[in-house]
Design a protein around this ligand. Structure first.
Ligand code: R5P
Length: 285
């Protein structure tokens, strides 16, 4: 068996390889002059664990070509780990005749892989598209452990959508969890308010969310929390996309910690042990 990272998950795959004592496959990956991807597996193998996110778009092409090259190299068994499942947010038709991207991507993966492990899919609806092949890995425990280690008084979710996860983080960290109220105005703008009965004077906040994309949610939540007397804002999120860079957060929040589902300057919390444990259970290793 070999672990085979796509281009966006090399760090995580290499940690998994050390923990699971399964070597990384030897792969040649390069781009043609026009930017198209070329992949060659440099050894024969019988079983493989592909590690790759479906974000950005080229991650999807990388998974598909890696799968095909592995098949051609003899891999009869292919398991996929998707650290960050891109395209998961459009998990239904919010307006008539929209493409349901979570289903499209799930169908493509379903027909190719034996099992598909996903770290914190955006919604249960998205996970359901993977039917019997999908296994979700939940990262709230490791976020909760980090929240407990840092100086925090209260766990705050920016909206209702993440409150169950915030409660799980609260159970692990021993800090109370509350949710703010969020209304999305546009792709980049949100309006956030704090329920009247909540007092935050001098409190050190662990602001938790599943995803930081434009950062609109986290920055607006931080502004409102400070306005209501919070003394410190530590941000924790599972998937840190940071699509408009990371510089704009300094001065607004005191710290940012994300997992390494997407590798970047704030990926301080690794999901490698969680993923390795789930894979071992499945593979009886
Ligand atoms: C919303 O459903 C998610 O939990 C995140 O709050 C959201 O996707 C973050 O996006 P942004 O960083 O663009 O506000």
């Amino acid at each position: 068996m070999r672990i085979v990272p796509t281009y966006n998950s090399e760090g995580l795959a290499s940690k998994m390889s050390s923990i699971m004592e399964i070597p990384l496959a030897r792969v040649t990956r390069r781009r043609f002059a026009d930017g198209e991807l070329y992949i060659k597996i440099e050894e024969e193998l019988d079983e493989s664990i592909v590690v790759g996110s479906t974000y950005p778009d080229q991650g999807i092409i990388d998974i598909l070509l890696t799968h095909n090259a592995l098949k051609n190299a003899g891999s009869k068994r292919q398991i996929l780990v998707v650290p960050y499942f891109g395209y998961a947010r459009q998990d239904s038709m919010f307006q008539p005749y929209e493409a349901i991207s979570a289903k499209v991507i799930s169908d493509i993966l379903y027909e190719r892989f034996e099992k598909i492990f996903v770290v914190n899919m955006h919604s249960p609806e998205g996970m359901a598209f993977l039917k019997d092949k999908g296994i979700e890995i939940r990262a709230e425990v490791i976020i909760g452990e980090q929240v407990a280690k840092d100086d925090n008084d209260i766990v705050v979710s920016p909206d209702d959508g993440f409150i169950d996860e915030a409660r799980n983080i609260s159970r692990v960290s021993g800090k109370e969890a509350i949710a703010l109220e969020k209304k999305r105005i546009s792709d980049t703008k949100v309006q956030i308010s704090i329920p009247d009965d909540i007092k935050l004077d001098g409190k050190r906040i662990a602001l938790v969310d599943d995803l930081i994309s434009t950062g609109g949610t986290i920055l607006e939540a931080s502004r409102i929390l400070k306005q209501h007397g919070a003394s410190k804002i530590n941000v924790y999120c599972i998937h840190g996309l940071f699509i408009s860079g990371t510089s704009k957060y300094s001065g607004f929040v005191d710290s940012i910690s994300t997992t390494d589902t997407i590798e970047g300057p704030f990926s301080k919390i690794s999901v490698s042990n969680l993923v390795a444990t789930k894979l071992r259970e499945y593979l009886f290793l």
